[in-house]
Design a binder for this molecule. Structure first.
Ligand code: FE2
Ligand code: FE2
Length: 356
């Protein structure tokens, strides 16, 4: 058998990369050192820090929601409009749609987390300076735990309801992992995929139906803000040094990644599994006001970071305007947000005492 053949249960990506050793062991980026220090003391254990005991009952309506609230959401979503794919569904069927959406989101989180695991492992090799290698290694550990937690959840709580990786997410992971230039690995993974994940976890936690997934997502989110901050800190040194041609390549990559991420949230796999006409489902996802808001929230962490990095070129701005997300440009970037949480700490020992 050809060892490079793809199979149903795996994907092989061939890539060329340049491993960099450094003989300069003196950390010089204080902000990154502080972030690393926080990472070291913020580790948790998916086996013991999550209470896995609650039963998860697939298909049951969220007990924290009243019938009135459900009706209100239904009318806001225009679920009964004649062209809605949900018209004529019973409450029970609609509850199942909510569970399918949860299973789809958690499955994509798990696949995306594995992407982060392998991409940050690559960064350990390819980044030039020692503190970035330290930090990336620390993040590899975080990402392994994230994959483990989501996989354990899906296997033990939603068996049989998992989804395969979505086509656009797979295409984006392949793009990132075939890329030789380490700053594009950062841009793709730390700024785009992780930035979207950070917002998606927050939103998932409001929508999800059971206490186990809420705990996992709370723990994962604590780590993700740090990861996005790492990307911003690393790239803000790099972008000003790029030539016009190099900048144009990054712009192209960013536009492609944005398109792939936007397409993920047209929810094709969900419509297929629910037996809803895919074209009608995608039309609903494109035009429904709540779905538009949903996508806007997803980009709310990406846009300010892209702006902070100096990558908001006219084409990128136009693309964000077309997606109705350019209004987030002036919000606080994730590195400033994350570092402000360490502002009171005067020494690394202080961080070790207070973070986590
Ligand atoms: Fe993660
Ligand atoms: Fe991450």
């Amino acid at each position: 058998m050809n060892p490079l053949a793809a199979g149903a249960d795996h994907l092989l990506v061939e890539a060329e990369s340049v491993t960099q050793f450094t003989w300069d062991y003196e950390p010089s980026n204080t902000q990154l050192t502080r972030l690393y220090e926080k990472g070291k003391v913020s580790q948790w254990n998916a086996t013991t820090d999550v209470d896995w005991s609650p039963d998860v009952r697939w298909g049951e309506p969220d007990p924290s929601m009243t019938d009135e609230e459900r009706a209100m959401i239904g009318s806001f979503l225009n679920l009964d409009a004649p062209d809605s794919p949900f018209a004529g569904m019973t409450e029970e069927q609609r509850a199942v749609v909510g569970w399918e959406l949860q299973a789809w989101m958690v499955s994509q989180f798990m696949h995306g987390e594995q992407g982060a695991l392998v991409a940050t492992a690559r960064l350990v090799e390819t980044v030039p300076d020692i503190e970035s290698k330290y930090y990336a290694a620390n993040q590899v550990n975080d990402e392994a735990r994230h994959v483990e937690a989501y996989a354990t959840y899906l296997n033990s709580k939603l068996p049989g309801h998992e989804y395969e990786i979505s086509g656009p997410l797979e295409a984006l992971l392949v793009d990132i992992m075939t890329e030789k230039r380490w700053d594009i690995t950062y841009l793709g993974m730390q700024i785009m995929v992780e930035g979207l994940a950070l917002a998606a976890f927050g939103m998932g936690n409001v929508m999800f139906n059971d206490p186990v997934i809420k705990q996992i997502t709370d723990l994962v989110m604590r780590d993700e803000a740090r990861h996005v901050a790492f990307g911003v800190l690393a790239l803000k040194e790099v972008v000003p040094e790029l030539s016009a041609a190099e900048l144009a390549d990054r712009e192209e990559f960013l536009l492609e990644a944005t398109d792939l991420m936007y397409r993920r949230f047209l929810l094709e796999q969900l419509w297929e599994r629910l037996g809803i006409d895919v074209a009608a489902g995608k039309e609903f996802a494109t035009t429904n006001p709540l779905m538009i808001m949903f996508r806007q929230v997803l980009f709310s962490k990406i846009v300010p970071n892209v702006n902070k990095l100096g990558l908001m070129t006219p084409r990128v701005r136009q693309c964000f305007e077309d997606l109705q997300v350019a209004q987030f440009a002036d919000q606080l970037d994730t590195a400033s947000e994350e570092l402000s949480s360490l502002a009171g700490a005067e020494s690394l020992a202080d961080i070790a005492r207070t973070a986590g």
